[in-house]
Design a binder for this molecule. Structure first.
Ligand code: FAD
Ligand code: NAP
Length: 339
């Protein structure tokens, strides 16, 4: 047995909220063989297995009565390169942002808008991570997952992943698929997406006229570092709620009441509302009760000032959800995975 299993391990260093719950058993996977060994071990102990990456999209509300397996597999390889189109494969345990930097250093564009998102490569397809107008699905080539029900490996194409706004097949078939490695279709040709948020403005401020993908990455890193709390300093899981998709009729009704409502039309005819705007408008920005709070600059980000429990964060989230439903008739869906 090569897997090193420890008992009663605090998960505080392994979740970005910094919540102090314990895993009954804990191990790290450095290879596919470790993953299989961990699954067999958990079955032998008659315990479930919970796989985690960087813990940046988790809300842990109790001690975890399971084998917690942290993906730590490493490896990045170029599978295809015809001089323009490139396919790069990365192991699930690779940390996302250094992987993005690796692609940029090699002259491959496509992931620059997704710079500085915490977490691992393996978790990225779970919620089809997105930022500044780009989602994983836009640069996705395929992935290999282990079917925990049968023990077989399966390759998924783009169409098979059912990617949607912060959503995928893997979020729905909970606990079935363990993502081992992900492939990205990148390019040596440059097609920048600069229309979203303040990216172009930041490039101009930085004196960049003809931007490269690395310039865009640096601009986005500087915006994010200013706007978002660093989990190493203040526990958080990024946006706590998804931006809700609502009917045009409801958006029009709300716009009548609140002319400054932030709403973006979607291709399917729905309207996407900025959840942060709703929460701010309802007066929650900067709210704090005990050590659970709403960030003072980013209403979408719930924070742990140090000693909050997952239940305290969860209770605050529920109060916000109820208030938003009452005021605006809008249901806010939680983004982090709750255990
Ligand atoms: P974890 O939190 O460890 O796990 C998340 C879920 O995926 C869990 O259900 C876990 O069981 C499952 N999982 C993890 N690894 C695997 C695997 N290999 N196979 C199968 N299941 C797995 N998200 C965005 O989309 N856009 C952003 O811009 C963004 N910004 C953020 C900013 C901050 C400051 C923070 C703290 C978070 C942000 N997030 C953002 C959320 C988060 O970073 C992403 O969702 C990230 O992909 C989570 O990766 P992780 O490795 O930390 O996953
Ligand atoms: P922002 O620029 O202040 O914009 C607020 C919201 O409006 C964003 O959530 C974004 O939706 C939407 N938006 C902005 N410009 C848009 C456009 N041109 N077309 C359509 N929608 C637009 O947002 P922010 O909070 O600073 O975040 C910047 C980006 O990073 C966003 O894409 C956001 O999703 C991402 N981010 C995600 C997390 C997370 O944990 N999921 C955390 C931090 C930042 P979208 O969210 O749909 O993009």
């Amino acid at each position: 047995m090569t897997l090193h299993v420890q008992a009663q391990v605090s998960l505080k260093p392994f979740n970005s909220f910094g919540i102090d719950v314990r895993a009954r058993l804990f191990a790290q996977a450095h290879s596919d063989a470790d993953v299989r060994e961990a699954l067999a071990y958990a079955a032998g102990q008659q315990l479930p297995l919970l796989v985690i990456g960087g813990g940046s999209n988790l809300l842990l509300t109790q001690d975890i009565d399971a084998v917690v397996l942290r993906m730590a597999t490493q490896g990045i390889r170029i599978l295809h390169d015809d001089g323009v189109h490139v396919v790069v494969e990365a192991e699930a345990g690779e940390t996302w942002h250094p992987f993005v930097l690796w692609t940029l250093e090699h002259g491959f564009s496509g992931l620059e808008n997704l710079s500085l998102i915490p977490g691992t490569v393996g978790a990225a397809p779970m919620q089809n991570i997105g930022a500044y107008g780009v989602e994983i699905k836009d640069v996705f080539s395929g992935l290999t997952a282990l079917d925990r029900q049968t023990g077989e490996l399966r390759d998924f194409s783009l169409a098979e992943c059912n990617f949607a706004y912060r959503d995928s097949l893997f979020k729905h078939e909970v606990g079935r698929w363990l993502i081992l490695r992900v492939r990205f279709a990148l390019s040596r040709a440059v097609h920048l997406k600069l229309e979203y948020g303040p990216v172009q403005q930041r490039l101009t401020e930085q004196g960049v006229t003809l931007a490269t993908p690395s310039d865009v990455s640096r601009a986005i890193c500087s915006i994010r570092s200013e706007k978002l709390p660093d989990p190493a300093v203040l526990g958080n899981a990024g946006s706590f709620f998804k931006n809700p998709l609502v009917s045009q009729a409801l958006a029009a009704e709300l716009q009548g009441l609140y002319p400054d409502l932030v709403a973006y039309p979607q291709a399917d005819g729905q309207m996407k509302l900025a959840a942060g705007w709703l929460i701010d408008k309802a007066g929650w920005k900067g709210f704090r009760e005990g050590d659970a709070g709403v960030h003072r600059l980013q209403a979408l980000v719930l924070v742990n000032y140090g000693g909050a429990t997952g239940l305290e964060i969860s209770n605050l989230a529920q109060r916000i959800q109820q208030d938003i439903a009452q005021r605006f008739k809008v249901d806010l869906e939680m983004e982090p995975n709750r255990y």
